[in-house]
Design a protein around this ligand. Structure first.
Ligand SMILES: Cc1cc2nc3c(=O)[nH]c(=O)nc-3n(C[C@H](O)[C@H](O)[C@H](O)COP(=O)(O)OP(=O)(O)OC[C@H]3O[C@@H](n4cnc5c(N)ncnc54)[C@H](O)[C@@H]3O)c2cc1C
Length: 398
């Protein structure tokens, strides 16, 4: 429902809250955990509203990169407590061949299931004294000079400040920036059993990203990751399209996914296909108004890959920093938030990824993709390590 169509006629109870976080995904939980870390006295004043009940499903391939691990570690959290699959090598291919990334003494990726990860992170958040109310669906947000009014299905809150952590389709952004352009990618995902055929044995513990659909105007890639469900080895497949080539004629999005799966001995029609948009970061995206700021996908995830969990955790650091200083000053314009974000390791990585996405996907020709993924390995690896990964170290110095 568009935010401006909400017409509240029911009489609702009114609850007052200082810091209200809308959405209990990684960005909302990380904002709360970092606020608790930077300003413990604010802990009892935080409330997270989550519309679902944990463990709730979330469409996501669950690939955690080194920055997600660094941020969790700095919070004193050990993600290895939850079921996961370690991926030693990540392959970035064009039509079946390309470069692989293998980090020294570290895994390339850790793959988790998001229902398990988010439920675990929510539990850790609650154990640190932060309140989460589950099953509360926020319907409307209205910022006023002295407070923000938040309407849910059954209750009205007035909050000192609001953090919109409600994801790519979130109500917070739609209420505060109803007319802003939205840069959104399409993603489809399928879960299958693991490889049984010996021919594909070597793929088992590796993650694949193949950019073969780019010359067909699908500005993204097909992925194939190992994962697990209830301890059983499975594969997570998907296709991501930034929509940067949406003005050109494109095949249906499931076509390249079906092709890749078929090459590896799977038939897409045998499995349940699910889709979800991913809002990606563009420097044009606005991030706050007085008393309301956005984090995570509500601002934007990585444009190249749609990678957003490490980013969501990183937004939590920058937002908590901004909020802590605002409480110290007693002033809640959040004027500095965009600048702070832009200067942060996270902001620089998001900017680099936005810029590189324009290059990788609009230079869509076969020869260019071939050159990039098969020939320029040292350059691509250097750029990935310098501008894309490892950004969290800078932000964790706070
Ligand atoms: C198919 C797919 C595959 C992906 N694969 C990866 C991957 O491998 N690695 C990676 O890093 N990223 C991946 N991503 C991106 C990643 O899932 C997101 O970037 C990340 O979840 C963003 O976290 P967030 O906290 O901002 O939002 P979300 O995780 O979307 O959390 C938002 C929360 O807000 C709640 N909420 C929403 N509306 C309301 C409301 N009105 N009231 C109350 N609560 C509300 C939701 O229930 C949810 O819990 C993938 C995304 C998709 C779609």
């Amino acid at each position: 429902m568009p935010c401006f169509l909400y017409n509240q006629t029911m009489l609702q109870t009114e609850t007052k809250q200082d810091i209200l976080i809308i959405g209990g995904g990684p960005s909302g939980l990380s904002t709360a955990l970092h606020l608790q870390k930077f300003a413990p006295h604010l802990t009892p004043r935080i409330l997270i509203l989550e519309k679902e009940h944990y463990p709730r499903p979330k469409l996501c391939a669950g690939g955690l990169v080194v920055d997600a691990e660094n941020i969790l570690e700095a919070l004193g959290l050990d993600v290895s407590e939850i079921p996961h699959v370690d991926v030693e090598k990540a392959h970035f291919d064009f039509a079946g061949k390309g470069l692989n990334i293998h980090l020294h003494k570290r895994r390339a990726l850790r793959v988790i299931r998001r229902d398990e990860f988010d439920a675990w992170l929510a539990q850790k958040t609650q154990e640190r004294g932060i309140s989460i109310r589950q099953g509360v669906n926020v319907r409307h947000i209205q910022a006023q000079e002295e407070h923000v009014i938040i309407r849910t299905d059954h209750e009205t809150f007035t909050a000192h400040i609001v953090i919109g952590a409600d994801g790519s389709n979130g109500i917070t952004r739609r209420c505060i920036f109803p007319h802003d352009p939205v840069f959104t990618a399409r993603a489809l995902e399928v879960i299958t059993p693991d490889y049984t055929d010996k021919t594909f044995e070597r793929r088992k513990e590796q993650a694949y990203f193949d950019f073969f659909p780019v010359p067909q105007n699908i500005a993204g890639y097909v992925w194939d990751f190992p994962t697990q469900i209830n301890g059983n080895p499975m594969r997570c497949w998907g296709v991501y399209d930034t929509n940067l080539l949406a003005n050109y004629e494109r095949p249906p999005l499931l076509k390249p996914l079906a092709k890749e799966m078929q090459t590896q001995g799977f038939n897409l029609d045998d499995y349940e296909l699910k889709g979800h948009p991913i809002r990606w970061y563009s420097p044009q995206n606005r991030v706050s108004i007085p008393r309301v700021l956005l984090v995570g996908d509500a601002v934007g995830a990585d444009a190249i890959f749609g990678e957003g969990v490490s980013m969501a955790l990183g937004y939590g650091i920058i937002a908590a920093w901004e909020i802590e200083e605002s409480f110290q000053r007693g002033e809640f314009s959040f004027r500095k938030y965009k600048h702070r974000l832009r200067k942060s390791g996270l902001g620089q990585s998001l900017f680099a990824r936005w810029f590189l996405a324009q290059v990788i996907y609009t230079f869509k020709w076969r020869w260019f993709q071939f050159l990039l993924w098969r020939i320029l390995k040292p350059i691509v690896t250097f750029v990935a390590w310098t501008f894309i990964l490892n950004w969290s170290k800078k932000d964790l110095r706070k």
